[in-house]
Design a protein around this ligand. Structure first.
Ligand code: NAP
Length: 340
């Protein structure tokens, strides 16, 4: 018999090894009836994590049918979509089919939702053999069922935004939320990768928090022009985020808060060097290396607080969607990345 906390985390659905959390499990049970604290979703589409899809695509030499078979095999074997090589998953879209009477998620039958917890811990059963997917691309039309626990998170998809825009925003909604948490009136802020999706949302969140100086650091003149046209940052500078001296030189005065939103490894030292003693670095990028950040700060005798950008902050989804709706500049930067 599991405690309420264990159930809320989904431990009761772990088949192997018994007693671990669902993310660490080799196998979950996607077939048990919906529990009183659970929600069942009729799956419409899986969004495979980019790193996972790339690995499968390369491992099968670009053979779509083989990639599809591999995804089906993983889900059948594991009861969840967790790539055993990359360890990563993705998220899914679907419609709420059943809500247990004790579920605290606030969802109603019929809601169209995007799950904001990883597929690596979401019990999943596929029932259509992925017949509508050719095995190419991260977006996988799928039929099946998924289960949310009491401590899962899902966002109701907004009616007023295209589905792919909403998904892109929900994917990175932790970045503006983390920025909002650390920026105060009068703070100076640098955002590395400021013309990207999470970057421009973070710039907009810093402006909303009344930051004194918000500097967008971008890779090249093309991105600089786009960010200037978006009229979000106070300053826009061009520097390779992986070149610490270039970042520091481009910024001039170090800032109180640096938010790392690039999608490449190697930005740790530039971020530390960009930040004043006593300041804060938010590492939102998944390409961040813990040893590079920790040893880099030590090596520079930099007294900075370093935060890992948690993908979850209460209210993060609504915040990102709202920033997109209210800022033409955010829309101008996000839309081309969603509709290439
Ligand atoms: P994105 O839209 O592709 O933005 C990344 C930006 O960084 C782009 O503008 C890119 O420029 C720029 N960039 C790349 N290399 C650079 C360099 N050397 N110097 C300066 N700028 C550079 O990506 P995103 O969707 O916002 O995601 C950003 C990061 O967040 C990824 O690492 C992702 O894994 C991570 N993420 C974290 C979480 C979490 O929960 N913590 C959740 C989702 C995503 P180009 O377009 O010119 O390459």
């Amino acid at each position: 018999m599991r405690t309420a906390t264990e159930r809320a985390l989904g431990v009761h659905r772990v088949l192997e090894p018994v007693g671990v959390l669902p993310q660490a499990a080799r196998r979950l049970d996607p077939d048990a009836p919906t529990g009183p604290d659970e929600v069942r979703i009729d799956v419409e589409r899986l969004n495979l994590d980019a790193a996972s899809y790339r690995q499968l695509h390369e491992a099968h030499g670009g053979d779509g049918a083989a990639v599809r078979d591999a995804v089906l095999a993983i889900v059948a074997e594991r009861g969840k979509m967790q790539n055993p090589v990359t360890g990563s998953g993705g998220m899914l879209i679907g419609r709420v089919a059943e809500v247990g009477p004790a579920s605290p998620l606030g969802l109603a039958v019929g809601d169209r939702v995007a799950t904001l917890v990883s597929l690596t811990l979401t019990p999943l059963r596929i029932t259509d053999g992925l017949a509508r997917w050719d095995g190419h691309g991260e977006q996988v039309p799928a039929q099946g069922t998924a289960v949310l626990f009491a401590r899962s998170i899902a966002a109701v998809l907004p009616d007023d935004l295209p589905e792919n825009v909403a998904l892109a925003l929900l994917d990175v909604c932790g970045a503006p939320a983390a920025t909002e948490r650390v920026v105060r009136r009068g703070t100076s802020v640098a955002v590395l990768g400021a013309a990207g999706k999470s970057g421009c949302l973070s710039v907009a969140a810093a402006r909303d928090a009344h930051a004194r100086r918000v500097v967008g650091v971008v890779r090249d003149e093309r991105e600089a022009a786009a960010l200037r046209a978006a009229d979000l940052a106070h300053e826009v500078v061009v520097a390779d985020a992986t070149d610490p001296l270039a970042v520091a030189a481009a910024l001039g005065e170090p800032v109180d808060v640096t938010v790392v939103c690039v999608d490449v490894p190697g930005a740790e030292h530039g971020a530390v060097l960009a930040t004043v003693d006593g300041g804060t670095v938010v590492f939102f990028s998944m390409a961040t290396s813990f040893p590079a950040a920790a040893l880099g700060a030590e090596g520079m005798a930099a007294d900075v607080t370093m935060l890992i950008g948690n993908g979850y902050t209460p209210g993060h989804a609504a915040l990102a969607l709202d920033l997109y709706r209210r800022n033409a500049g955010v829309r101008a930067l996000v839309d081309p990345r969603v509709h290439p």
